[in-house]
Design a protein around this ligand. Structure first.
Ligand SMILES: Cc1cc2nc3c(=O)[nH]c(=O)nc-3n(C[C@H](O)[C@H](O)[C@H](O)COP(=O)(O)OP(=O)(O)OC[C@H]3O[C@@H](n4cnc5c(N)ncnc54)[C@H](O)[C@@H]3O)c2cc1C
Length: 270
């Protein structure tokens, strides 16, 4: 079930509901800040329907969106976040008492469970019914519903934050990623975890000026820089060494398949 959970007995400082672009980016920031973070994800980021992601910074020739989603997950878990597949069905509790999420399994009806957390960040899309029990302000917009927030991720309920499409941000991956990071930093500050920018800097950047390395920052020497560069080159070469296997999805209304996958065999035969 858990691939790299970091809390004890299914209890975490932060539960992130939804492991798409916003949720996984948020998890990278909160885990790096030292909050025990678990992402529970139904596994259907809307980005997986994209054919080729060409406007995310850092990929000059674009990137397969399903590979990109996998890499976001790897980045979050590599930095210490836990990741579990599951569908959150209900959320209850408060900041004072703690929150409890009831999680239904994906593809295994027996695997229902409860997860406790001090704080919750919602980054799911697009069903908000699991929030009915906690009183989060919701905006109805026809067929869609959005969680209201203060622009920095705080909802009207203390301890519950929102990021990405569920918070009605623009519909681009880089916006969702940035919004996930912003909500995460808001949450880190509210949790009173010591934090300053999450920067990795060359040895001496702070200390040679008589400053302590601020919390959440790191100074690394030349050898460590080279080691990290080598590790990142090896990882990226592996990620891009072969075509991504997962089949393309399209809008579910276009294909007779609950996940809306393009039927490549049928396409090829036409
Ligand atoms: C066809 C298509 C093409 C696109 N192309 C581009 C593009 O080229 N460039 C670009 O910048 N953007 C593109 N986008 C938009 C981009 O994909 C979204 O803006 C972005 O994915 C939003 O991120 P998010 O984290 O808010 O939502 P998502 O990435 O959708 O993540 C939400 C996650 O929450 C999970 N979830 C939902 N409910 C629950 C629950 N109850 N419990 C647990 N998990 C749950 C979902 O399974 C999903 O993994 C495209 C979108 C589509 C549909």
């Amino acid at each position: 079930m858990s691939e790299s959970a970091t809390g004890d007995d299914d209890s975490y400082e932060l539960l992130i509901i939804g492991g798409g672009v916003a949720g996984l980016t948020a998890a990278t920031f909160t885990a790096r800040a030292g909050l025990t973070t678990l992402v529970v994800d139904h596994g259907e980021s809307i980005l997986r329907r994209n054919a080729h992601l060409e406007n995310f910074p850092g990929f000059p020739a674009g990137v397969n969106p399903r590979l990109f989603a996998d890499m976001l997950q790897a980045q979050a878990t590599r930095n210490g976040a836990g990741y579990q597949q599951g569908l959150v069905e209900e959320l209850s509790g408060s900041l004072d008492e703690g929150f409890v999420a009831t999680v239904g399994a994906v593809g295994n009806a027996d695997d229902r469970r409860e997860i406790s957390a001090d704080r919750v960040l919602v980054a799911s899309w697009s069903d908000v019914s699991y929030l009915d029990g906690v009183g989060v302000d919701i905006r109805d917009a026809g067929s869609k519903q959005y969680v209201e927030d203060d622009g920095l991720g705080r909802t009207n309920i203390k301890g519950i934050y929102a990021a990405g499409r569920i918070a009605e941000r623009y519909h681009q991956a880089v916006i969702a990623a940035g919004d996930g990071a912003a909500a995460a930093i808001t949450l880190i500050h509210d949790s009173e975890t010591p934090f300053y920018n999450d920067w990795v800097v060359p040895e001496g950047y702070f200390t040679d000026r008589g400053r302590e390395v601020p919390p959440g920052c790191e100074e690394i020497d030349a050898a460590e820089q080279q080691a990290r560069q080598a590790a990142s080159r090896a990882a990226m070469q592996e990620y891009f060494s072969e075509a991504h296997e997962e089949r393309q999805r399209t809008h579910p209304s276009l294909v007779d398949d609950e996940k809306g996958r393009v039927d490549w065999d049928k396409e090829a035969a036409q």
